[in-house]
Design a protein around this ligand. Structure first.
Ligand code: TXE
Length: 475
């Protein structure tokens, strides 16, 4: 077991004040494999001061130097790919091979991509007699969750640093080790002291300092709607900028002219990636009423192709959930749904699972609009099926949720699918299972959040506009 006892503040590893620690569990074995310190409000304060002190210098650096620093971080992460993949597979439970590609490959790519985007970015433009400048927003507090822990950090820290902001990161207390490895990589990359700071700790203790502190200009949060609402309320006192990436209840809509087999297979994968612990997972499947019997058969076949197992075992397609609390929450919701009359199609809360590890069998249920399971984010390997009469009905059901993060549309006619996608009140729609695009904006409508991450859109989140009015009009 590894004991981490320090925070990274002002370019140095500073021994934690408190004795208390968070235990980090291997979600496949339930064993504690590391501990991290629980940071204090004073430590969060000191990290904010360090970030503030470093801001002017970092913001004034030539863009190319900041971009080079991001490239060094990408290279440092790449060199530690095996260790990071093992760590995240144990923390989160995602099968190792997939964790290597998704949980480690994506953050490396994102650090490199933000380096490129920064070099190519138009930092100023003429508008009539004005010169419009883009400048960093200032000190940024980043609060991140456990489901894609390093990538969610990368999507904030990389563009913030690229923009010229300085950062205080508070990662999830459930999956914090990958962030400590990142801090070691950043330390080796030789950034000026205070540009990047890491304080582990709880949301209420460390996170809330970042949300309230007057010297923090922006807070970028990913996590639950509950915590996001709290962060927003606290941040409003100092009118700081708030970016929120929250929950979802995204619909995969199978139109009547879709290739049904491909649509069901693709929808099941888009729901169950990371055992359903993905904010943009397609967790509601909408199918034409008269196709339901075929759909049920196809669903059973698709789910049977995804055996659960320990994350470090070859052959596991789905791992456990991240924690006992998360497993219990998911099982309780499914039981509530069954008590309300949901029909079980596959899996279920009583299906056999390995003795050790926070496992839940992938579960498919038929529900009706308005049911708890049709509306609440479950955040586990649970797909609910809803039927529709016609496309107006499908559009109404697809939009009948407080969220609007992801979604999918399936049709043999791409124009038909695009026309339907335009009716969906959501930030991303995958047509016929098309893959994720790291350059395209990612973020939510409605209660799924505010702001966008990924690519150029993600970089612009961390920038202010400044207009200079000139006498030399049009020059
Ligand atoms: O998230 P929390 P939890 C959803 C999903 C899941 C549920 C609970 O439905 O089942 O949330 O997960 C920090 N001030 N998502 O409880 O608590 C916290 O320390 C400041 C969706 O683990 O929101 C952590 O760093 N910060 C989601 C981060 O918020 C606070 C990913 C997320 O933890 C805080 C994760 C506070 N008062 C969960 N309270 C997604 N959108 O991908 C907590 N935090």
């Amino acid at each position: 077991m590894k004991t981490w006892d320090s925070h990274y503040i002002g370019g140095r590893w500073i021994k934690a004040q408190a004795q208390a620690t968070f235990s980090v569990h291997d979600s496949s074995t339930e064993e504690v494999f590391a501990t991290v310190p629980t940071g204090t409000a004073a430590e969060a304060e000191s990290a904010v001061r360090a970030a503030r002190a470093a801001f002017d210098g970092w913001a004034a650096l030539p863009v190319a130097e900041r971009a080079d620093a991001l490239d060094r971080i990408a290279a440092g992460l790449k060199a530690r790919t095996d260790e990071l993949a093992q760590t995240i597979a144990r923390e989160v439970g995602m099968p190792l091979k997939l964790a290597r590609a998704v949980q480690v490959g994506s953050p490396i790519w994102n650090f490199g991509n933000f380096a490129k985007l920064t070099r190519a970015f138009e930092w100023q433009e003429r508008v009539g007699h004005s010169l419009v400048l883009r400048e960093p927003v200032g000190v940024v507090g980043c609060i991140t969750p456990w489901n894609f822990p390093l990538n969610q950090i990368a999507l904030k820290v990389a563009p913030a640093l690229a923009a010229g902001c300085t950062v205080v990161l508070k990662p999830s207390e459930v999956a914090p080790i990958n962030a400590l490895i990142l801090a070691e990589v950043i330390d080796e990359a030789g950034l000026p002291p205070g540009v990047f700071n890491l304080v582990n700790g709880s949301g209420p203790e460390v996170g809330e300092v970042l949300a309230t502190h007057p010297e923090v200009d922006m807070v970028s949060f990913t996590g639950s709607t509950r915590a996001g609402r709290r962060v927003s309320e606290l941040a409003s006192q100092t009118i700081k900028r708030v970016a929120l990436e929250l929950g979802g209840k995204s619909a995969s809509v199978v139109l009547p002219d879709a290739d049904l087999e491909a649509a069901i297979k693709g929808s099941v994968s888009a729901c169950l990636l990371n055992s359903g612990q993905t904010c943009s997972a397609h967790t509601r499947l909408l199918v034409p009423e008269d196709r339901l019997p075929e759909v049920k058969e196809l669903l059973r076949t698709a789910v049977a192709r995804l055996p659960i197992g320990p994350s470090l075992e070859e052959g596991s397609k789905l791992g456990p959930l991240v924690s006992a609390a998360q497993r219990d929450r998911v099982l309780a919701l499914v039981r509530q749904g069954l008590a309300e009359g949901a029909e079980l199609i596959a899996g279920g809360p009583d299906a056999a699972v390995p003795e050790r590890g926070y496992f839940v069998q992938p579960t498919v249920l038929r529900v009706k609009p308005g049911d708890t399971l049709a509306r609440e984010e479950i955040f586990g390997p649970v797909l609910v099926v809803l039927t529709y009469r016609d496309e107006d009905d499908a559009a109404r059901i697809a939009n009948d949720t407080p969220y609007g993060l992801g979604g999918g549309v399936w049709s043999r006619d791409e124009d038909h699918a695009i026309a339907f996608a335009r009716r969906m009140r959501t930030g991303q729609v995958d047509i016929n299972g098309a893959p994720f695009n790291g350059q395209a904006p990612f973020g939510g409508y409605k209660q799924s959040g505010n702001g966008r991450e990924n690519g150029r859109y993600g970089l612009e989140e961390f920038l202010e506009y400044k207009s200079l009015q000139l006498r030399t009009a049009g020059a």
